[in-house]
Ligand binder design. Structure first.
Ligand SMILES: *[C@@H]1O[C@H](CO)[C@@H](O)[C@H](O)[C@H]1NC(C)=O
Length: 352
């Protein structure tokens, strides 16, 4: 392994690279994410088949060498279970309840095909994880509602929809970013929240999100807004007239603000009889990349050798005779181990 890593170092071209260029970003699109697929029972029609398709498309840029993991989940953003998982290794898991009645078209077009699904209402999430970048940059998902009706059409009311431009946003440290999330007819009545993540826990599940801001529904009550301590005094929701909208502004951007932000809204089902209940909760995400103006480290008074970059431990700079011979970036996923003078796995290295 050591030899392989040494070879990898010498193969790295000598060019300057910012952290923003080093990440690979996954973007998932469920084409009808603001609507629902309908299975309407037609008992009088012998040709009728209960079969629904939920389309899902994705891009990963730059593309990884290994195929991504495709996961379809059902439930709400905060409470989901895996229906189908096609791992990077090729292994397929199917939830026992769906045995024999679920398939995924292909790894490149991961449309979900479901047979005989008779749950009254549900929401299905298409998640794509780039296993070479399994963090919030490399994991995205989108969802679509599912509505099953028996005899007679009784279509759902009041869908909470979100629209977010998913183009990654570049912002300088210290700058301001406005994430335009729209689609709410009246923000006063909706619950609005933005979360950041996912981050992975030690147990290996990547389902942990930080609530950046949360606004409760104001129907008959006072709206309350809660903000994460990491964003205290730096985030706000835009207003339109008397209504609060889901558009989020973050000021005084810090390098650790880089990541994936999810806009999500909901209507309280008891007040609004939205029919979709807690499943009326779509979400869309956008990635923020922070350009941190890095001050170049100096080689003055330093012994010859390679040094971990103070701003990004995935980079190192080379000193010889008190002069700098430039900055290099370790291969994806590795960080610079100053003791061993090579790029190494992150858990072997302390970022100085
Ligand atoms: C959001 O909208 C404002 C005003 O139109 C615009 O200046 C800003 O660039 C938009 N934000 C993004 C991330 O596109």
């Amino acid at each position: 392994m050591m030899l392989g890593l040494l070879v990898a170092i010498s193969a790295v071209a000598c060019f300057e690279s910012s952290y923003a260029d080093a990440v690979s970003i996954t973007t998932v699109t469920v084409p009808y994410h603001n609507y629902y697929v309908l299975a309407a029972d037609r008992p009088w029609d012998p040709t009728w088949v209960n079969r629904v398709e939920i389309r899902c498309e994705y891009t990963i840029s730059p593309a990884p060498a290994t195929p991504p993991t495709i996961t379809w989940l059902r439930g709400t953003f905060a409470d989901r279970e895996v229906v189908y998982k096609w791992s990077s290794s090729g292994e397929v898991y199917v939830h026992p309840e769906f045995a024999g009645r679920v398939s995924v078209e292909s790894r490149t077009r991961p449309t979900l095909v479901l047979f005989n699904e008779r749950t009254w209402v549900d929401r299905y999430w298409c998640r794509v994880t780039n296993e070479e970048q399994p963090d919030e940059f490399g994991t995205d998902e989108e969802s679509c509602g599912f509505w099953y009706v028996g005899i007679g059409y009784n279509l759902p009311k009041l869908l909470a929809t979100v629209h977010l431009d998913k183009t990654p946003v570049h912002v300088d440290a210290g700058g301001t970013v406005q994430l335009n999330c729209t689609g709410v007819p009246d923000g006063r009545m909706a619950t609005i929240f933005w979360v950041k993540g996912p981050s992975c826990t030690q147990g290996g599940s990547c389902d942990s999100y930080e609530t950046v801001i949360h606004k409760s529904s104001g129907w008959g009550e006072t709206e309350t807004i809660t903000v994460s301590p990491n964003f205290a005094g730096r985030v706000s929701l835009a207003t339109r007239g008397v209504s609060i909208t889901p558009t989020l502004t973050i000021t005084d951007i810090r390098p650790r603000d880089a990541g994936r932000y999810w806009c999500s809204i909901n209507y309280p089902d008891d007040r609004y009889s939205s029919s979709f209940g807690r499943w009326n909760r779509g979400a869309q995400s956008v990635v923020i990349l922070v350009n941190d103006p890095v001050t170049e480290p100096t080689c003055a008074d330093k012994a010859d050798g390679k040094y971990q970059h103070p701003a990004d431990c995935a980079q190192f700079y080379t000193c010889s005779g008190g002069l700098s011979y430039g900055t290099n970036t370790c291969p994806a996923g590795l960080v610079f181990n100053q003791d061993l003078q090579l790029c190494d796995w992150a858990n072997n290295v302390i970022c100085l």
